[in-house]
Design a binder for this molecule. Structure first.
Ligand code: TNX
Length: 536
């Protein structure tokens, strides 16, 4: 007798609940809170610890200056960088001066290299916002630079505009202590399938730096083009670089261009990792020099998008002189520790042939004082102890990579079904490919680099990277559409502690980035999964 009304009440409650949920979800399509105040909880990647001080703010005014660590030219450089970011929108002078002491000063933004917990490492920082000022403390300049990215995100989004905006320039009060979870947080740009010039690469560096990315991997060579001058093999760039996918003119970086990229990246505390893909993905080189081919005949240059058909000649000694000279010249252009040797999709070689060339390539890189990174196929060959494997599979079972990890070889995680920035978001996405699946923002964010692979410990993970292959990508706008917002998701997985991860909070933080991207002119993908904040 009493049962039925209870069931009816439950059903009614469920219906109301479902209705509310649907209403809430449909509200997500609406842009929220125009002119919303930036809070200390909006930062991406989310800092390790955030303690707001309610009711306290600091305002940047025409009197505010930036003071930097006594005796540090690097800190002074970061002060100038910060002033350069803040001056256009505020129109304030923001003078940069050396701090007299290692204390913060009233009315100032202080960038100090004293008083940070040594456990924060070289990239960690502490950031304090009181009514009197802003103080960032770090152990090294890299930490100050990362802290400055956080400060940028605490200011109103219009701070990113290059035109004068009205204030107030309020920073929410509180205390942040932050450090990265992983040492390697990368983005890859394939400049081989389509060429992107120095300005395009600088733009990507600017945007990646905002999310504390610290490695830029350049996929410099492939079947469709060779993109950097090698003096001892000049036709690689002049002939092998004059094509790209489709009928575009291609292009290449002169050594000066390349040095400019390295320098610009360095000034953003980003290390460049150059990749020369071998033994496959080498048609551009094989077309440029007949003698690199086993039969001595140069193939035509290639502008399609197939993979796996080309290979260097494993049995010719000339191949190893070639690799030695190419990696030697690249090593000389590379202040960072890594040279990437590719190693993916060499489908015309036997396992022994593949192993021979991958083994010798690692030795060559090592003789030039660098550490090799290879796509995960290299894990089947003998690896030098320091060689890093870059996982690009889509299955958690990767026995060779697991074995390499057990032997001490570190892994960069770029699972293609999560981290590939060239996959379509949904079936309607104009650009990109879909062989590894569709990757909406929640897919890009919803995995843990430390647990994706079965049988690998977190200690074996060097970090994460979002690769952007460019078979279908031809412009900076295209890069931005595919990288944003997903690069911000990958960057948060690489930087923030596992315990801070959570889709609901991330979605809101990410939504708050929209007006920043609008101010920066970023052509981002407005995923329906995200409650984008409208520009005010
Ligand atoms: C696989 S990932 C490749 C690339 C393609 C990419 C397209 C990898 C190591 N090789 O050659 O550009 O897929 O998504």
């Amino acid at each position: 007798m009493f049962r039925r009304p209870r069931v009816a009440a439950t059903v009614a409650l469920l219906a109301v609940g479902a209705g509310l949920l649907i209403w809430k979800l449909s509200m997500r399509d609406e842009p929220t809170e125009v002119n919303r105040t930036t809070t200390i909880r909006d930062v991406v990647p989310v800092p390790a610890t955030v303690e707001p001080t309610d009711g306290v703010t600091f305002s940047i005014t025409g009197e505010t200056g930036i003071v930097t660590a006594p005796g540090s030219a690097e800190a002074a450089g970061i002060g100038e960088y910060l002033a350069g970011l803040l001056r256009p929108a505020t129109s304030y002078p923001l003078k940069v001066a050396r701090a007299a002491t290692s204390q913060g000063q009233p009315g100032q933004i202080a960038l100090l290299l004293a008083g940070a917990d040594p456990a924060l490492g070289p990239e960690g920082y502490g950031l304090d916002v009181t009514a009197a000022g802003v103080t960032i403390r770090a152990n090294a300049a890299a930490g100050l630079f990362r802290g400055v990215q956080t400060l940028r995100q605490l200011l109103p989004p219009r701070i990113e505009s290059r035109e004068v905006q009205s204030g107030p320039w309020t920073v929410p009060g509180g205390h942040i202590v932050d450090r990265p979870r992983f040492a390697y947080r990368g983005v890859m740009l394939d400049v081989a399938r389509h060429f992107f010039d120095v300005g395009d690469v600088k733009r990507l560096i600017d945007l990646a730096a905002l999310y504390k990315v610290n490695y830029l991997h350049l996929h410099l060579t492939d079947d469709q083009g060779w993109r950097v001058t090698i003096d001892s093999w000049p036709k690689l760039a002049s002939f092998g670089g004059a094509t790209e996918v489709g009928d575009g003119a291609g292009g290449h970086y002169t050594k000066d261009d390349y040095r400019q990229i390295v320098k610009y990246a360095k000034s953003h505390y980003i290390t460049v990792v150059p990749e020369v893909d071998l033994p496959g993905h080498t048609n551009a080189a094989l077309a440029s020099y007949a003698e690199l081919n086993c039969d001595g005949r140069a193939p035509e240059r290639y502008t399609g998008t197939s993979v796996g058909f080309s290979s260097l000649c494993v049995d010719k000694e000339l191949t190893y002189r070639f690799l030695d000279e190419v990696f030697g010249e690249l090593a000389a252009l590379t202040p960072g520790p890594y040279l990437h040797i590719g190693g993916d999709e060499a489908q015309t070689l036997t396992a022994d042939q593949y192993s021979t060339i991958v083994t010798r390539a690692q030795d060559i890189v090592s003789r030039h004082g660098k550490t090799a990174i290879g796509w995960n196929e290299v894990a089947g060959s003998r690896l030098l102890p320091a060689t890093v494997t870059q996982f690009w599979g889509t299955s958690p079972e990767a026995p060779e990579v697991v074995l390499a990890a057990k032997n001490g070889n570190k892994i960069i995680m770029s699972p293609a079904d999560r981290a590939y920035l060239d996959m379509k978001y949904d079936s309607a996405t104009r650009l990109g490919l879909s062989w590894a699946g569709l990757i909406e923002v929640q897919d890009a964010y919803g995995w843990d680099p430390a647990t994706y692979l079965t049988g690998v410990d977190e200690a074996a993970i060097l970090g994460v990277e979002g690769p952007l292959w460019t078979e279908t990508i031809t412009s900076v706008d295209d890069i931005e559409q595919m990288a944003f917002p997903r690069l911000a998701a990958i960057a948060e997985l690489g930087w923030s502690p596992a315990k801070t991860h959570g889709w609901a909070a991330f979605r809101d933080r990410l939504g708050a980035q929209a007006p920043r991207w609008v101010a920066l002119g970023v052509d981002f993908y407005r995923s329906p999964q995200i409650p984008w904040v409208a520009s005010g």
